[in-house]
Ligand binder design. Structure first.
Ligand code: AMP
Length: 193
């Protein structure tokens, strides 16, 4: 199972990823989590990316691609994986496909979580208090992330649409309800690799 969990900031990708990787025993590839850890540990990489991530901008493309490719390389061919927050640009999506083709693998499904924008903003504001994420803190940063999603990330769906692997799932409701919807949707997918 090689799946992408896709959707705007605050839609619940992190929460659902945790449940999915545990349910299906998948490797979790989430560059955002990894970069946040680097920032907290004040490593050279963390210092480099903080200026982007902390204000809600995308981290430099090549840097993120390198991280994801490294994680893929560390994944055995038998192991399934879930990409959470990657790809976020069409360039990242094409590079991912190239790398997967080298491994004779492909993405089986892209699950798009959907929640109305007003609800997303509320969720991000709630998370700002609960988790203290710097990029959740101010309206300007949230606006930047929403804008980046619209301009750079949504076009990724057009890229995948041509491969007929998109599954839209309603992300409104409690965690378990959304999880059940995703699992149900995944039963319709033909896993070929
Ligand atoms: P996330 O945890 O997925 O919401 O990611 C948090 C932040 O990490 C994003 O706002 C970006 O600054 C950075 N980031 C995560 N994934 C990517 C990506 N695929 N491309 C560029 N930046 C990313």
């Amino acid at each position: 199972m090689h799946i992408i969990l896709f959707g705007p900031p605050g839609v619940g990708k992190g929460t659902q990823s945790k449940k999915l990787i545990s349910h299906y025993q998948l490797k979790h590839i989430a560059p955002g989590n990894l970069l946040r850890t680097q920032i907290q540990q004040q490593t050279p990489l963390g210092k480099k990316v903080a200026q982007y991530i902390n204000v809600g901008k995308l981290a430099p493309a090549q840097l993120v691609i390198d991280i994801v490719m490294q994680q893929l390389t560390n994944t055995t061919l038998q192991q399934g994986f879930l990409l959470d927050g990657f790809p976020r640009t069409v360039m990242q999506a094409t590079q991912l496909d190239t790398q997967l083709a080298r491994r004779r693998q492909k993405i089986d499904a892209v699950i798009i979580l959907e929640v109305p924008t007003e609800e997303l903003i509320k969720r991000i504001q709630r998370r700002a208090t609960l988790e203290g994420r710097v990029d959740d803190q101010e309206p300007d940063k949230i606006k930047t992330r929403m804008h980046t999603y619209q301009v750079h990330t949504l076009p990724v769906l057009d890229y995948y649409r041509s491969q007929h692997s998109l599954i839209r799932v309603c992300g409104v409701g409690d965690e378990q309800q959304v999880f059940t919807r995703i699992v149900r949707a995944l039963t319709q997918v033909k896993f070929t690799t």
